[in-house]
Design a protein around this ligand. Structure first.
Ligand code: ATP
Length: 313
């Protein structure tokens, strides 16, 4: 069973069960199952063409799946159910001849909101994103980053229970990445669930709790980020100082050694090999750092995608 089971009587906000989607002869999503709990931040990761956008479109009822089912709050997704969803699309589908205000009203009404509520929320979010001055300006006159803020506001204007963000941080400067992240965390605190894709693993690592990695539409890794790191077993030993690299190279369990101007990083197969490495390092000179660290998500991602190709999934 690839997806989590909850206690009896409790329903996950989103259940994706054995979903398959083909475009003619391209298998874009292949028997994909996962669940997203209330108030969690979930990452859907994969290289280009892995099937993330296709999955998001099916969750939004914009695309029909060939097999499987998708349930929101225990019910199959219909047009009405999508009122509970906010979607930041990858292709940034703004109506650029409209003003910011017209655009947001248009989306809010599509989500079943009344105009008064939309305008109240719009003023709040324009202030938060520091773009109040653009309220009555045409979207095409805004910079790329500000257009992205407007797109984000359209995705959250309905206070969605499920917020889907396809590459939300692309093209943003670090200050705006932080601003977007803070708003996303606030939605989580309000018990909304967030599902997002990103190629930037350091962003995923910062605040994602659970994730799925797709390769050619198929799930190759799934679970809580902290469990994934624990199960991965490989560790990195970071050292500053002069050490006998050749002796370390010959140790069993040492997979790779990388030297940068600042430090030496020794990759080991598991923490069973730490002591032996430490014995050699103790005999080194000017040792100012010795730390054993979990692999980065980027490393796990590259490894899992590589393994999947080797086994020709
Ligand atoms: P990226 O990170 O590049 O945005 P993705 O993970 O979102 O990629 P999808 O856009 O879902 O991937 O594409 C999955 C597969 O389906 C790819 O092989 C893609 O070429 C194919 N595909 C997507 N949309 C269509 C379409 N409308 N018609 C035919 N094939 C499509």
């Amino acid at each position: 069973m690839m997806y989590n089971k909850k206690k009896k009587g409790m329903i996950d906000l989103l259940q994706v069960e054995h979903v398959t989607k083909r475009y003619d002869n391209i298998l874009a999503v292949d028997d994909l199952s996962f669940t997203v709990n209330d108030g969690s931040i979930f990452g859907l990761l994969g290289e280009n063409g892995a099937g993330k956008t296709t999955t998001f479109r099916m969750i939004n009822n914009l695309l029909k799946m060939d097999e499987g089912k998708i349930l929101l709050d225990g019910k199959p997704i219909t047009y009405k159910e999508t009122d509970k969803i906010g979607f930041l699309t990858e292709e940034r589908s703004l109506l650029t001849k409209l003003t910011v205000k017209e655009q947001v009203i248009f989306y809010g009404i599509l989500k079943g909101m009344d105009e008064k509520t939309i305008l109240e929320k719009l003023d709040y979010w324009l202030e938060r994103f520091q773009i109040t001055e653009y309220k009555n300006r045409k979207i095409k006159e805004l910079s790329k980053g500000n257009q992205q803020k407007v797109q984000f506001i359209t995705a959250i204007i309905n206070d969605p229970k499920l917020l889907i963000l396809d590459e939300p941080f692309t093209g943003l400067d670090p200050i705006n990445v932080e601003l977007f992240m803070n708003v996303i965390k606030e939605f989580k605190e309000k018990k909304s669930s967030i599902i997002f894709s990103s190629h930037r693993m350091e962003h995923v690592e910062l605040f994602c709790e659970e994730l799925v990695i797709l390769v050619k539409g198929k799930c190759v890794l799934q679970g809580k980020l902290k469990d994934i790191k624990k199960d991965y077993r490989k560790k990195n030993i970071h050292i500053c100082g002069t050490i006998d690299i050749d002796k370390i190279k010959n140790l069993q369990g040492v997979l790779d050694i990388n030297q940068t101007p600042e430090e030496t990083i020794i990759k080991i197969a598991s923490d069973d090999y730490i002591d032996e490495v430490f014995e050699i390092i103790k005999k080194g000179q000017n040792i100012t750092k010795f730390s054993v660290e979990d692999p980065t998500l980027n490393e796990i991602f590259l490894n899992k995608v590589g393994e999947a190709y080797e086994t020709k999934i």
